[in-house]
Design a protein around this ligand. Sequence first.
Ligand SMILES: *[C@@H]1O[C@H](CO)[C@@H](O)[C@H](O)[C@H]1NC(C)=O
Ligand SMILES: *[C@@H]1O[C@H](CO)[C@@H](O)[C@H](O)[C@H]1NC(C)=O
Ligand SMILES: *[C@@H]1O[C@H](CO)[C@@H](O)[C@H](O)[C@H]1NC(C)=O
Ligand SMILES: *[C@@H]1O[C@H](CO)[C@@H](O)[C@H](O)[C@H]1NC(C)=O
Ligand SMILES: *[C@@H]1O[C@H](CO)[C@@H](O)[C@H](O)[C@H]1NC(C)=O
Ligand SMILES: *[C@@H]1O[C@H](CO)[C@@H](O)[C@H](O)[C@H]1NC(C)=O
Length: 799
Amino acid sequence: MGTLILFILFSALFALATSTNPTLSEGLSLSSENQEDVLTSPNGVFSAGFYQVGENAKCFAIWFASRPSRIQDRTVVWMANRDQPVNGRKSKLSLLRTGNLILTDAGKFTVWETNTISISSLELVLNDAGNLVLQTLGGESLWESFDFPTDTLLPQQLLTRKTHLVSSRSQTNYSSGFYKLLFDNDNVLCLLYDGAKVSGIYWPKPWVLPSQDGRFAYNSSRIAVLDSFGNFSSSDNFTFLSADYGQLLNRRLTLDYDGNLRLYSWDEEDEMWAVSWQAFQAPCIIHGVCGANGVCNYVPGIGRKCSCLPGYKMINHTDWSQGCEPELDLSYGKNDGFLPLSHLDFYGNDYNNNPDRYTLDGCMKLCLESAKCKAFQYTFDTNHGFSKCYPKIKLMNGHRSPQFKGSFYLRVPKKDLPNLLSNANLAEEIGLNCSSEAPLQLQRKYIKNRENETIKFMLWFVCGLGGLEILGIVLVWCLFLRTPKSPSADKQGYLLAITRFRKFTYSELKTATNGFTEEIGRGAGGIVYKGVLADNRVAAIKQLYEANQGEEVFLAEVNIIGRLNHMNLIEMWGYCAEGKQRLLVTEYMEHGSLANNLSSNTLDWKKRFEIALGTAKGLSYLHEECLEWVLHCDIKPENIFLDSDYQPKVADFGLSKLQSRGESNNPSFSRMRGTRGYMAPEWLFNLSITSKVDVYSYGIVVLEMVTGKEAAKGVHDIESGEQPQHKRLVSWVREKKNRAALTESWHEGIIDPRLKGEYDIRKMETLIAVALQCAKEEKDARPSMREVVEMLLAQENDH
Ligand SMILES: *[C@@H]1O[C@H](CO)[C@@H](O)[C@H](O)[C@H]1NC(C)=O
Ligand SMILES: *[C@@H]1O[C@H](CO)[C@@H](O)[C@H](O)[C@H]1NC(C)=O
Ligand SMILES: *[C@@H]1O[C@H](CO)[C@@H](O)[C@H](O)[C@H]1NC(C)=O
Ligand SMILES: *[C@@H]1O[C@H](CO)[C@@H](O)[C@H](O)[C@H]1NC(C)=O
Ligand SMILES: *[C@@H]1O[C@H](CO)[C@@H](O)[C@H](O)[C@H]1NC(C)=O
Ligand SMILES: *[C@@H]1O[C@H](CO)[C@@H](O)[C@H](O)[C@H]1NC(C)=O
């Protein structure tokens, strides 16, 4: 009997692992690593799962499942976390027993959640319409993806007053772009360009009243929907029928990255999406295409092209949205001339409130009166029989339009006019190249967490080895782990099981450290105690001195630090923030600090080189590869720890961030951080602080490791005017080395005598050269940490 139950349990769990289920039940999750972990709609049209958006970066998405079959061509219709992709490994979408659906990045951080709570059991279902629904077993919906569209509206999906479509950045970048489809305050469905500097509605035509465009502004229900046959209708009386109206096809209405709204139908025969309606035939009307002083020209079949006005040049050759800048000296005096250009239309930015009844001369005079006027537009109003004058202070949204009857006059210095008139073609037309915005891959690197892999492997190994009974026991144990006692325990247990990064209570840490008795270090940030956690791990627990930082700020920073994961950085296991107490829990390093090891002379040459290299790798990761820039600001031998293999791990990174608040209460420490002896000159001279301060300190540390002399010992006070010890160390080494041309044996003169001559001359030369470069006074002369790593690796690979 018992065996039978275990067998059933086993089957259930196995089904879970391969995840052929069409629904996701409570307590289970979909993994970013497993290709098979997808939900598919009963009709097979839609799938939901992790979608690759960059190198090792994924988003949880819904896509058309059957078409096209090639994974890289999948048509995504919805994304949970388009602006915050997660790691391709160890990320999960989990339906918690609390009723919340959460997406965790690399198992650590919740990047997205539905914020739902339910006492009854829930399941996540992908229905035939492509709607991902979180519902009770009785079918009552708590959350659905249709209520949170991204750039696509599917048939039956309502666009409401609360929702809008946002285009993606580019063809390959799915994060939120600049174009939006929404109901504006006048109840009119419109397209909005919402750029970094300017924004404006470009559909319906902004220069006519909505009512003239057939829109009805008095229905405030603000609802629009597309039906399966291809009929789109909106409460403002805007409707359209698709070109293939009536047929039952797979359709999607997408606000494309180029700002055009298009209805697509899937063409079974050609296996491609065909456009069956679009908002713009002439897409140059879309705002923000070519940037300021640029002109968009649409060539059917080729696409949009941008060019600059005569006398202007492109600001950035890779990015048209930055527009063009004057090539000529445009000081805008009273004697300027005007260059006539036909069929050019610049929308907006005119300043004449009363443009009616102007002669061309009058309009020119009006423009010349203002130093702000850059050009004017002069149009004949056929309805009224007079001309209108629109002087422009900015030249935005320019496009060439054969239908445009007016003229455009660009203001230029008189002396340049003949030259410009003789070749008044627009400067070279450069294609607005879609692919120029393209295959940049999102780079997100993460370091694998070996331990988890091992645990997983062992579980499978045990499962494979044991008989059914053993398996049963393991499964019961698994089940036990999967059944949390309370919601909060659930979340914490979940985090703990995967990453071990968690919040500790003060009393837990008090127990772990035996009442904060065994002090193992004391630094600028706080006192470090050794402790043994409840799970028998030995930890270093640092109690921060300055605890006046708010809990939220502290948590935000700790989250950043906890995210950093590199073999040459001390791993953070957790933190505690209770009342005024702020503590950090990190791994404990057996061999202690580099400082201790240097003074007790336990490091041979090989270890010293490895430590220099490892430390550089850790810092390089901090500076360049992690998600946020973290400067260390306090590199010194006391902050570099050695593990059981004498591999270095940098500690206390990010501490400067954790204390940035408290510092302001302490004026004597208002700016300087770090430790005398390792501080870059920028600190003293109030220059801007960059990652190069860490490079400087690193250089000093390497000099110490090679020479065995201590930079901070008996420091000559900086205020005393005497040259501080570390500077003397640098100039001493530099001088010795400069005499290399004269004497052969400069190496002997500076190498740590305790090495007794056992060192590799070429490696030593490299280390000294790198260290001296790092310790340059001028910060721009110092290499980056990445360059340091490359220089050291080159030396290492030589052998
Ligand atoms: C809605 O549009 C139709 C034509 O498309 C027009 O005949 C009708 O008058 C419009 N209704 C309103 C309320 O504007
Ligand atoms: C399209 O849908 C609207 C609203 O449901 C309806 O009034 C209209 O008659 C439909 N048009 C066609 C051609 O079916
Ligand atoms: C407003 O639009 C909705 C949806 O199209 C429609 O059902 C409703 O009858 C309209 N109300 C008025 C007053 O036109
Ligand atoms: C041009 O723009 C790109 C992307 O916005 C930017 O990375 C690059 O640095 C810019 N180049 C110049 C010369 O400003
Ligand atoms: C667009 O970019 C691609 C790749 O960079 C290039 O091969 C192509 O010639 C470009 N097209 C235009 C019109 O510049
Ligand atoms: C996508 O666009 C966002 C927003 O500008 C940007 O932060 C991100 O780096 C882009 N990704 C790629 C791969 O270019």
